[in-house]
Design a protein around this ligand. Structure first.
Ligand code: HEC
Ligand code: HEC
Length: 300
C-alpha cells in the first residue's frame, strides 16, 4: 500500500468496490429521475378512482329507466315553426332528397293543391323519401304538432291554411296512435276538393263534445259512437256520398273489413282518399273509433 500515490481517494479494496458500484448506480438513478421528470403527469393506479361519486353513480344506475310524465299535466304543444326548425328543416330547408323546399312556391304549389288533409296524411304516414312524421315518434311530436308544422311550411310556401285546432285534453293521449295505414292512396286533387266541399257543408253540424277523459264505459262508448255517426259520419256514409261505404251495405264494407280493425280505425282517424280525418270533426279518437265500431257492427 505504501506505493499508492499520496492524496489518492481510494485507499482500500472496500473503497474501490464502493466507487465502482457508485459509478454505475448514480447515472442510473439520474436517468430514472430524468425519465420520471419528462413523463411527469398525475398517475393513478388502475381502479384508484373506482369509488369516486361519478363512477359509483354510473355503476349503480338502473338498467332501464322510466321517463315518467304526468298524463294529466297540461301538454304544452310546440308551434309549427318550432317543429319545423327541430325536425323538418333537415330536409325541407335545402330540399334534400327531393323534399319540396321551404318557401319555394313552385315546389309546393302542386302539393298544396292536394289539400291540407292529404299533406298532413303524407306527413304522418310518409311518402317516398319522406319518413313518417319526419322520422320522429308520436311521443315526441303529436299529430297536432305535425299538423302545425305542415301548416307552417305550406303557409310560408304559398298556402293559406288555417291553424289546426288544438285537440281536447282527453284526446291528446290517444292521438299518439301511429298511422300504420297504407301511404296516401290514389287521391287526386278533384276528390280532395270534393271532400273539402263536403266538409265545409258539415260545418253546420254540431261538433260532438269530447267526453270527460276516463268517464266512458263500454255502454257509453257505443252510445257515443252512435251519436257521432248521426252527427257527422252519416253526412257521407248514410247515402254513400263521394263513394263512402254505405251504412249497412255489406258488399261495400266486405273488402274494407279484410283490413285489421286498427288499420280501419286509422283511416277513420287520419283520413283516406276523400274520407277526411275524423270525418272532418274534432271528436276524440275514442269517439271516432266508437263510431267505426257502430258502423262496422251494422254490416256484421
Ligand atoms: C329525411 C328528410 C325529410 C324530413 C326530416 C322531413 N321531410 Fe317532408 N318530405 C321529404 C321528401 C323527400 C318529400 C317529397 C316526397 C315525395 O313527394 O315523394 C317530402 C314531402 C313532404 C310533404 C308534401 C307531401 C305531399 O303529399 O306532397 C309534406 C307536407 C311534408 N314533407 C311535411 C314534413 C313535415 C311536417 C316534416 C317534419 C315533421 C317533414 N316533412 C320532415 C323529406 C323529409
Ligand atoms: C265527407 C264525407 C265523409 C264523412 C263526413 C265521413 N266519411 Fe268515412 N269515408 C268517406 C269516404 C269517401 C270513404 C272511402 C275512402 C276510400 O276508400 O278512399 C270513407 C271510408 C270510411 C271508412 C272505411 C275505411 C277503409 O277503407 O277501411 C271508415 C271506417 C270510415 N269512413 C269512418 C268514418 C267515421 C267514423 C266518420 C265519422 C266520424 C266518417 N267516416 C265520416 C267519406 C266520409
Amino acid at each position: 500500500m505504501s506505493e499508492a500515490p499520496h492524496g489518492a481517494p481510494i485507499k482500500t479494496p472496500g473503497q474501490l468496490i464502493a466507487a465502482v458500484i457508485a459509478s454505475f448506480a448514480v447515472p442510473i438513478v439520474i436517468i430514472v429521475l430524468l425519465v420520471i421528470y419528462v413523463d411527469n403527469s398525475t398517475r393513478t393506479g388502475a381502479g384508484t378512482d373506482s369509488l369516486s361519486e361519478a363512477e359509483v353513480t354510473a355503476r349503480i344506475k338502473p338498467l332501464a329507466q322510466v321517463d315518467i310524465r304526468d298524463a294529466n299535466a297540461p301538454r304544452v304543444y310546440k308551434t309549427g315553426e318550432e317543429v319545423y326548425k327541430a325536425v323538418c328543416s333537415a330536409c325541407h330547408a335545402s330540399g334534400a332528397a327531393g323534399a319540396p323546399k321551404f318557401t319555394n312556391t313552385a315546389d309546393w304549389a302542386p302539393r298544396i293543391a292536394q289539400g291540407f288533409d292529404t299533406l298532413l296524411h303524407t306527413a304522418l304516414t310518409g311518402k317516398g323519401a319522406m319518413p313518417p312524421r319526419g322520422g320522429t315518434s308520436p311521443d315526441d311530436y303529436s299529430d297536432f304538432e305535425i299538423a302545425r308544422a305542415v301548416t307552417y311550411m305550406a303557409n310560408n310556401s304559398g298556402a293559406s291554411f288555417p291553424e289546426p285546432a288544438q285537440p281536447a285534453a282527453g284526446a291528446a293521449a290517444a292521438s299518439g296512435a301511429v298511422a300504420a295505414a297504407a301511404p296516401a292512396g290514389a287521391s287526386d286533387a278533384g276528390a280532395a276538393q270534393a271532400a273539402a266541399a263536403a266538409v265545409a257543408a258539415l260545418a253546420s253540424v254540431p261538433q260532438a263534445a269530447a267526453p270527460a277523459a276516463g268517464a266512458a264505459t263500454s255502454a257509453d262508448a257505443s252510445q257515443a259512437g252512435k251519436a257521432l255517426y248521426q252527427q257527422v259520419c252519416q253526412a257521407c256514409h248514410a247515402a254513400g256520398v263521394l263513394n263512402a261505404p254505405k251504412y249497412g251495405d255489406k258488399d261495400a264494407w266486405a273488402s274494407r273489413l279484410k283490413d285489421p280493425m286498427d288499420t280501419i280505425y286509422n283511416y277513420a282517424l287520419h283520413g283516406k282518399g276523400a274520407m277526411p280525418p275524423k270525418g272532418g270533426s274534432t271528436a276524440s279518437d275514442a269517439d271516432v273509433k266508437a263510431a267505426v265500431d257502430y258502423m262496422v257492427s251494422a254490416v256484421k
